[in-house]
Design a protein around this ligand. Sequence first.
Ligand SMILES: [Zn+2]
Length: 218
Amino acid sequence: MSFVENTSDENVNKSEDGENALPKASMELLQSIVEANQSYVSSFGEKAKLVGAPRRKVAILTCMDARMDPAKFLGLSEGDAHVIRNAGGRASEDVIRSLVVSAKLMGTTDWFVIHHTSCGMQSHTDEEIRHMLGLDDHAEHHHHDKKWRHVWKSARTPAHMEWMTFGDLAQSVVDDVQRIRVHPLVPSSVRVYGYIYHIHHGTLESIAEANKIGEPTE
Ligand SMILES: [Zn+2]
């Protein structure tokens, strides 16, 4: 179990060799994940022959929200698409890095930016997140909630990290398609689409303004 770090949680058992073992809940989680993988491997079959370039020449940028499974709501299988996920499905520099690789090295031609309703990145502002992390100047009001407490403060703490929160959902899709479209490393031949996924019924809504901006420029 060396690939999972031990925590300092009180609920830690000693293993036979005296080292700290995983807490029970972590052990059960790990076991279920390893078993699920074993089951997947047992029916792996033809997937061994897949190549790295996405068969459907498509790349998807979407949120990491656990309620969304792009493979399911877009009908994708292994080998079909690049799927890039982060908080909000935002077009950060690192996402653009991946998209450029996706097109240049792996031949994708159509990219979908898919944000969603009830996104956590819409329920907070960057300022609020900095405040919860204790990174702003209002130390006396900081959250003492356990999950926000452990921020390592030094000169290297990225106090001004951009959290890429947003206020207007449709506008956030337009902004990201625009950011991708005008990036100097993005091929002009790529088509970029903008969509909103409705978390409570699974529908994809096309954002016309984003699709217009995302049209190929050559
Ligand atoms: Zn989200």
